[in-house]
Ligand binder design. Sequence first.
Ligand code: ADP
Ligand code: MG
Length: 292
Amino acid sequence: ATPTSIMVGTGKGAESGILIKGAEHLEHAHKLTTIVLDKTGTITKGQPEVTDIVTLAGMAEAELVRLAISAEKNSEHPLAQAIVAHGQQQGIALSEPESFTAIPGHGIEVAIEGKRILVGTRKLMKENNIEYETAVATIEQLELQGKTVMLLAVDNQLSGLLAVADTVKESSAQAVAELQKMGIEVWMMTGDNTRTAQAIAQAVGITNVMAEVLPEHKAAKVEALKQEGKIVGMVGDGINDAPALAIADVGFAIGTGTDVAIEAADITLIRGELTGLVAAIRLSKATMRNIK
Ligand code: ADP
Ligand code: MG
């Protein structure tokens, strides 16, 4: 390989917002057969907004929101930020929690005014023996609209649902179509539930979906695809994507994402759009053509 064409390629990349950490990544990107895309913050904008609030067990809406924002104020999760922002818009005052525990991929457990509050997935409720069967139809209906539904329990009683929706980035569908046209197999991987994941995947033209993947299992999923003989590129923005970015043949970080993801990745897409991924692969192809 000629170092000159690699240098030219790296320079061209930088001009178009593609930061390549080493020559070998530019040499590998054109070989990718499979791309795995994280959902939140990668395909979507990662700025979810509260769309629906369902009160249960006689709880008033303002009280439900007050408990939810007080519980979520210490969480880094984008879903938590959506809930807190909603409470601020409504001018609802929050309480200071006495304790806070994050349960990655599931939700949070918080003590507020002596009450035990759980916010998170159905699995979190199930693991705590909290009954939610009566709410399943409502939850599924919201999920079919691509919304993420969080369940809130107070002292082991399901007391409400909070649904949030995240907007798909304008260029995501086009980028997916272009990757597929290049013969690349595209996957979505997310910790979110299957129904929500499928709805978002469908909106951008993805049929291969891995949902309900716990943060600690994302890297193993990428490794499994590699074991099948695929050459895998992973694209993500979050702390929970970092191990998967590191293990992929080429890891791409969304430039607007977390520093941890950027550090773990080989290539950073500064503009935060998946069209940058398409451009990076095209650049790799063009560079390798010049070398041969
Ligand atoms: P993603 O891969 O979409 O970033 P995560 O693995 O971080 O998802 O989380 C998976 C699911 O766990 C979320 O969709 C949500 O239902 C639940 N969850 C995670 N963190 C929180 C939180 N702070 N509050 C409520 N629910 C949460
Ligand atoms: Mg993400």
